[in-house]
Ligand binder design. Structure first.
Ligand code: MG
Length: 290
């Protein structure tokens, strides 16, 4: 049976990192839920101190409206491990075979941005796609772990947009450039701790320049080819995962282009909505001949 839909969180806690003018980063417990139309509306932040992956204590300072602060990515990962073709319907839409082992790639930490920050389309690409993804945030050092230890190593879940220059991905045959531009890894809006990742809705919406929203992707994490535990077992057998590292678990069908002037949302059920505007970068990227 399908789990009840919720914008917010059923159990555990949600933790945001934020900045105020002249100070920060700070941490806060997240209270309340926004709506799709207004992801931060009604959300209040209770300032806390402590360990993002452990105990958090209220500071006693006044609560803040989430809309009044600058939200930061919930973690600054040492690495972002991406998973290719991890939903059957997405592999089919790209004309790819289903993988027999997880296909992993890296997105550079320099690509990470938070809620509300611009996704910048660089010159030299004609096709930049959104990819709505459930992101696993690692909470402890994991090296060659079992399935059981893998699940205990998840600190929480957040939303991730695996922004991809589709044309450059095809030209290059490898992913580092196509998925590695600055701003190509929106992450947030906060960390949902203690949320089982196995059957959550993963959605993407795009707001056109005329203000209308369109649902582009609407999948469920239970349709992943390799589930969260399998991914952590596999990745941790290759590279040691550290607290704050992120695994982007792949995207369901419906990837499509982003254009300057649009806004894009990634929603993971039980976490919240990550929203970013899309702008064009005006300068030139160097070519091999420079
Ligand atoms: Mg992806």
């Amino acid at each position: 049976m399908r789990r009840a839909e919720a914008m917010g969180h059923a159990g555990g806690s949600r933790v945001a990192r934020y900045r105020l003018p002249g100070s920060g980063p700070h941490m806060a417990r997240v209270h309340g839920n926004g709506t799709v139309a207004d992801p931060l509306g009604g959300v209040r932040l209770e300032p806390v101190v402590g360990d993002l992956f452990g105990e958090l204590l209220p500071t006693g300072q006044p609560w803040l409206r989430a809309a009044d602060v600058t939200l930061l990515p919930p973690v600054m990962p040492g690495k972002v491990v991406g998973i290719g073709s991890n939903y059957r319907d997405h592999a089919a839409e790209l004309g790819r075979e289903l993988p027999t082992v997880p296909k992993i790639f890296l997105k550079p930490p320099s690509a990470v941005i938070g809620f509300g920050q611009d996704i910048t389309v660089p010159p030299g690409t004609q096709r930049v796609d959104h990819e709505a993804e459930l992101a696993l945030v690692i909470g402890r050092t994991l090296c060659r772990v079992s399935r059981e230890r893998a699940l205990k190593g998840i600190a929480g879940i957040t939303c991730l947009n695996d922004v991809t220059a589709r044309d450059l991905q095809r030209v290059d045959g490898v992913f580092a450039r196509a998925k590695g531009f600055d701003s190509f890894c929106p992450l947030g809006p906060w960390l949902a701790r203690g949320l089982p990742p196995d059957d959550l809705a993963v959605r993407c919406r795009v707001r056109d320049i005329d203000g209308t929203w369109h649902t582009r992707q609407d999948g469920r994490s239970r349709d992943m080819v390799f589930d969260a535990a399998q991914l952590i077992v596999f990745v941790s057998a290759v590279m040691t995962l550290q607290p704050g590292d992120v695994i982007a678990t792949g995207t369901p069908a419906g990837v499509g282009p982003l254009l300057a002037g649009q806004r894009v949302q990634v929603q993971v059920e039980g976490v919240g909505v990550l929203e970013n505007p899309v702008v064009n970068r005006q300068d030139r990227i160097p070519t091999a001949r420079v």
